[in-house]
Structures are given as C-alpha cells and as structure tokens.
Design a binder for this molecule. Structure first.
Ligand SMILES: CC(C)(COP(=O)(O)OP(=O)(O)OC[C@H]1O[C@@H](n2cnc3c(N)ncnc32)[C@H](O)[C@@H]1OP(=O)(O)O)[C@@H](O)C(=O)NCCC(=O)NCCS
Length: 182
C-alpha cells in the first residue's frame, strides 16, 4: 500500500502493511467519523466472537454508545483500530486508565474473517506502546475461562494469569510495562 497521509495512521512501517491476500491495512486511532464503520464492524461479528468480547453474544451498540466509542476521552482512554482497504474495520483494541492512574484494562476483538492473520498481535503491540508512552506501568485484561484462544494469545504476548483467578469464570491476565526509554 502507498503511504497516504490522509488515512489517519501515524507515520511508520508498522502502521501500514499489505495482507497476504493483497488487502491494504492501516493501524490508527479511532476517530468520530468512524461511527458507521464501527457499527458495521460490531454488527458483523459472529455470536461467538461477540460473546467472547462482550460477554453476551447478542450485544448491540446504540448510536450514542457508538459515538462514545469513536470519541475516547484522551485523558483516560486509547482506542486503536485496523482498517482494511480504507473502508472496513478489521480489528479494535482499547483501554481505559484505572482510577489510580498507574495501570489500564484493555479489550481486543478481531473481525471473524481476519482472525488468525496477525492483526490481534500487531494491534496489541501498538496498544502496549501507547500505554507505555502514557507512562502506565501495567496492563490487564479480563477473559472468560472458556476463551482458551485469548488466554493462549495473551501468554504469547507476555501476560500472566493473576494468582487466584485461575479457577474463576472470568480470569485476569496482567503484564508489567517498561518505561518508554527503557
Ligand atoms: C483472540 C484474538 C483477539 C486473537 O487475535 P488474532 O488476530 O486472531 O490473533 P493473531 O493472528 O495475531 O495470532 C496470535 C496468536 O493467537 C493464536 N491464534 C490465532 N488464531 C488462532 C486460531 N484460529 N486458533 C487457535 N489459536 C489462534 C495463536 O497462538 C497465534 O500465535 P502464532 O502467531 O504463533 O500463530 C481474536 O481471535 C479475537 O478477536 N477473538 C474473539 C474475541 C475475543 O476473544 N476477544 C478477547 C476479549 S478480552
């Protein structure tokens, strides 16, 4: 893909690449103008993917909720997306800073057709870099015990289950973050 300064992606090769099938992919922060694309993304998720991401397979977002999702408060939230061919949202990862200001909780979802093609790992790496830049020292994620794929994925990304949550229906995975200049 050519570098298009209008596509909203920060400069750098990690933010623009071409998939094996030739689709052009851009990783960038979500923006208010993405509301329709974000709605289509949520609507197209399978029941299972929606269940793993939101805890309910029939989750739907209202227009107001979508507007909030597409306009994250920069003081407390970051939301990164991958856009395919300039028109279709393929993945979303976001975090919110916790009340004590030192860590954040994140969640990640990849469109069914794009799962297993490296988007989740690339997006999570970018989200971690964003959290490090913000000065956060830890990141965690709540995962359903039945979501073995996400737990395997998290372990590969350096997250560890928090002691005590192993037998729970919802498990917490945590990762400590280094300083930006470390
Ligand atoms: C879990 C999820 C985020 C992973 O994203 P992804 O883009 O599919 O993952 P990647 O392609 O980057 O793969 C990274 C690793 O995930 C695992 N993985 C990916 N696809 C897999 C599949 N089809 N089956 C089993 N494991 C798989 C592999 O361990 C892979 O490691 P590898 O690079 O050594 O092959 C994604 O599958 C998803 O959105 N799942 C449904 C929603 C969800 O569970 N969200 C988490 C809620 S907190």
């Amino acid at each position: 893909m050519t570098n298009d300064p209008q596509d909203g992606a920060p400069p750098g090769p990690d933010n623009r690449w071409t998939a094996a099938d030739g689709a052009s992919l851009v990783l960038r922060p979500i923006a208010p103008a993405d509301i329709d694309m974000a709605g289509r993304f949520i609507d197209a998720l399978s029941y299972g993917t929606r269940y793993f991401r939101f805890g309910k397979g029939d989750t739907r977002f209202s227009g107001e909720e979508l507007a909030q999702v597409c306009t994250p408060d920069p003081d407390t939230r970051s939301h990164l997306i991958v856009v395919a061919n300039g028109t279709t949202m393929a993945a979303s990862a976001r975090y919110f800073v916790q009340d004590d200001g030192t860590g954040c909780e994140f969640a990640l979802v990849v469109a069914d057709a794009w799962q297993g093609r490296g988007l989740g790992s690339r997006l999570l790496r970018a989200l971690i870099a964003d959290a490090v830049q913000r000065g956060l020292s830890a990141m965690h994620c709540e995962v359903l015990a039945t979501n073995v794929r996400m737990q395997d994925f998290l372990r590969k990304q350096g997250f560890l289950p928090v002691s005590g949550s192993e037998g729970a229906p919802v498990r917490r995975f945590n990762r400590l973050l280094g300083r930006p200049d470390a």
